[in-house]
Design a protein around this ligand. Sequence first.
Ligand code: XIL
Length: 447
Amino acid sequence: MTMTLRCLARTAAAGLVAVAALATAGHTAEAEAADTLGSAAAGQGRYFGAAVAANHLGEADYAATLDREFTSATPENEMKWDATEPSRGTFTLAAADRVVDHARSRGMDVRGHTLVWHSQLPSWVGALGAADLRTAMNDHINGLMGHYKGQIHSWDVVNEAFQDGGSGARRSSPFQDRLGDGFIEEAFRTARAADPAARLCYNDYNTDGVNAKSNAVYAMVKDFKSRGVPIDCVGFQSHFNSASPVPADYRQNLQRFADLGVDVQITELDIEGSGSAQAANYTKVTDACLAVDRCTGITVWGVTDKYSWRSGGTPLLFDGDYRKKPAYDAVLTALGGSGDPGDPGDPGASCTAAYTRTADWGSGYNGQVTITAGDAPISSWTATVVLPSPQSVSSLWNGTPTWAGNVMTVSPSWNGTLAAGASTSFGFTVAKNGSGAAPTVGGCTAS
Ligand code: XIL
């Protein structure tokens, strides 16, 4: 069994009031401008975006977080072929419209994602012969881009057309298999004519570092530029985890594409992990973009961990309760921003205490309490354990207990200092004296 309770340190809360009063009295426009991802990125001449799902816009915290922090929106699924043209010639754009309208009415840019992709493709497309498929592809591009003409900052015209692995070959798809390499060029030419104001991007994954796949994309972009095929940007999806970490040559790779005369964008960033390790990876990515003049913006692939396509890996900047994670602070700092402690939602010293029974042998058991710092570092903590009568504690380690009746208050022995998101634990042995009931653990207080 695991129980978790959350509390804000009393001393920290009192401090916040004082700081908030000061901030209200004397904060500058500059300080105010840099306390969200979007405003801090704007200070660097860049946008900061999120993938947005239409069906979450009605959730107040989701919309509030999106609206407060982000200056660009990418519909996560709503503009894909299966969503927009499920049968030939019938365009269903209500969900995509909801995202576009929400974003644009709040001054956000919109990235269009995506026109030609082998995935989330309705089966009727794959059933067409070459001539028909070419027409259907161009009709699809014209239909979508026409509907949103003038409203889309950048379009992912073609997504994921190259194979993974060492070959650098094109990926098999109805487009590749029936139309050959030329389908990409044709899609870009059609797209340019459909909405000349939109930036036209090629987007892919596992192209974030220098490797055979990114070399192949690089060669294509170079060829397009040399022959005047319209292309304005390359999107680097940047889905990272321990099996696919942030490449050491990420910045170098972005730079070599930029040197071809295209913008580069980080289009679907998410990095699995938590705490300071995740934060450090987010810093690397943000720093890499800032180091490349033509890296025009970063989009994270979702607003909150709970709706991420990889939610188990908690890869985003806000947790499931829309609290800012250490990764958030890292990105904001890398962008030159800083949190204003007077802001709602900004982290103060806090901690959680989670209890588990780690052993049980009939007459006794061992309990363990894991203390986890919230979104700010802490220098000390206390947690309370209420022991059911008539149990008694015979020993305790990695903590210092004081007793009031059956309430044990534990403070650190050596383990008071925790980085944001970091954990420690204390343990204790209990004599059941006839009762196997679980203790109540709570009241984690941090300073
Ligand atoms: C993902 C969405 O996040 C999921 O909701 C959906 O089920 C599958 O697609 N590359 C892309 C994105 O270009 O469109 C994908 O989005 C993630 C990988």
